[in-house]
Design a protein around this ligand. Structure first.
Ligand code: ADP
Ligand code: MG
Length: 294
C-alpha cells in the first residue's frame, strides 16, 4: 500500500462467457471463453475490432453486469457471484469505470468540484478523509482554474480530465476506461493518456483502457487484443504473441490466420532461429521469421 492508501487489485478471468438476449429473443455471444490474468498495479490496453467484446469485458470487470458463465476474481473476491448489493458497494468504493464518452460520467450542469463531491458520496467518511483533497485532485489533472466552472462549458479534453479525476476520487483499486481518448485532439489525447499512467503509477491502481488508437496502445507495456469474444493475442513491449488457451488451444494473431478458414489444421514448429508454420499434406511450407531473429 502506498502513502495515499490506495492499492491495485489483481484480476483473474476463467472461461468467461457473456450472452446478450436481443429483443427478438436471439442470443448474441459477446464473449466466448475469456481467460486472462492481470497483476495488481498493472496497466493494460484492450485492443481489437469493433464487436470483439472489449466493452462487454470491461463492464464485467467493473461489476456493471455479471457474466453468463465463467468466473471473475478481483483479488480474492469472486465478483461473478456477488449479490447486487455487494456489486453496488464494489462500484462505489473499489472499482471506477469510465464509460465511453466523457459526458456519460459527469453531471453536465454542475461544477467540477461538485462532480468530485458526488463521485465520493458512496465512500465511508473515514476513507473520504484519507482521499486526496478535491483541490489537489483538480490540480493533478490541470483543472485548478476550473473548480467552479460548469461541466457543459468545458472543452472535451477538460471534461475527460475531470472524468478521470472523478474516477480516481474514490482511490479505487481498479480503474477501467472505455475509449477515453477517442473524441479528443492529439494534444488532449496525449495529456489524458499521460495522466492515466502518471496517476495510475502514483496511486498503485490497476488500470485497463480500451482503445483503438495505436498511439495510445503503444504507451502500454502490455496489450490484450480481443478477437471474436476471446483473447486473440497479447503484446509485450511492442511484440505480438499468440496465446495458448486451456486444453492447448492456440489463438494466433489475425494476420497469420487471415487466409485460413475455420477448422484449418496447422503445425507450428521452431527450427533454430525461425518459426515454421505448415499444413497437413501441404508441400509448400510457409516460414515466418522468428521474432528474435536478427
Ligand atoms: P466492442 O466493445 O469490442 O466493440 P462489445 O462488447 O460492445 O464489443 O460487443 C460485443 C458483441 O456483443 C457485439 O456482437 C455486439 O453487437 C454485442 N452486444 C453488445 N452489447 C449488446 C447489447 N446490449 N445487446 C445485444 N448485443 C450486444
Ligand atoms: Mg466498445
Amino acid at each position: 500500500m502506498n502513502e495515499l492508501g490506495s492499492r491495485g487489485v489483481g484480476i483473474r478471468c476463467a472461461g468467461v462467457v457473456h450472452l446478450y438476449r436481443t429483443f427478438e429473443g436471439h442470443d448474441v455471444v459477446a464473449l466466448q471463453g475469456v481467460d486472462l490474468e492481470i497483476k495488481a498495479g498493472e496497466r493494460v490496453a484492450f485492443l481489437g475490432p469493433s464487436g470483439s467484446g472489449k466493452s462487454t469485458l470491461l463492464t464485467l470487470l467493473g461489476g456493471i453486469q455479471r457474466p453468463s458463465a465463467g468466473r471473475i476474481f478481483l483479488g480474492d473476491d469472486e465478483i461473478s457471484r456477488m449479490s447486487e448489493r455487494r456489486l453496488a458497494r464494489l462500484r462505489s468504493r473499489r472499482v471506477s469505470t469510465m464509460l465511453q464518452g466523457a459526458t456519460r460520467n459527469l453531471l453536465p450542469h454542475t461544477t467540477a468540484r461538485l462532480n468530485l463531491k458526488f463521485a465520493r458520496l458512496g465512500m465511508d467518511a473515514a476513507d473520504r478523509d484519507h482521499a486526496m483533497p478535491e483541490t489537489e485532485l483538480l490540480s493533478r489533472v490541470g483543472l485548478e482554474g476550473q473548480a467552479d466552472q460548469k461541466v457543459h462549458t468545458m472543452s472535451g479534453g477538460q471534461r475527460q480530465r475531470l472524468a478521470l479525476a472523478c474516477a480516481l476520487a474514490t482511490s479505487p483499486q481498479l480503474l477501467l476506461a472505455d475509449e477515453p481518448t477517442s473524441q479528443l485532439s492529439h494534444g488532449d489525447r496525449d495529456h489524458v493518456v499521460g495522466l492515466i499512467h502518471e496517476l495510475g503509477e502514483d496511486l498503485g491502481t490497476t488500470v485497463v483502457v480500451v482503445t483503438h488508437q495505436a498511439e495510445v496502445a503503444t504507451s502500454f507495456a502490455r496489450t490484450v487484443t480481443m478477437k471474436g469474444g476471446r483473447v486473440g493475442s497479447e503484446g509485450r513491449n511492442g511484440s505480438e504473441y499468440a496465446v495458448i488457451g486451456n486444453e492447448g488451444v492456440i489463438h494466433l494473431p489475425a494476420h497469420m490466420v487471415a487466409e485460413w478458414s475455420p477448422g484449418t489444421l496447422v503445425r507450428i514448429e521452431q527450427e533454430q532461429r525461425r518459426i515454421v508454420v505448415s499444413h497437413p499434406g501441404d508441400e509448400q511450407v510457409v516460414a515466418h521469421p522468428h521474432p528474435d531473429a536478427t
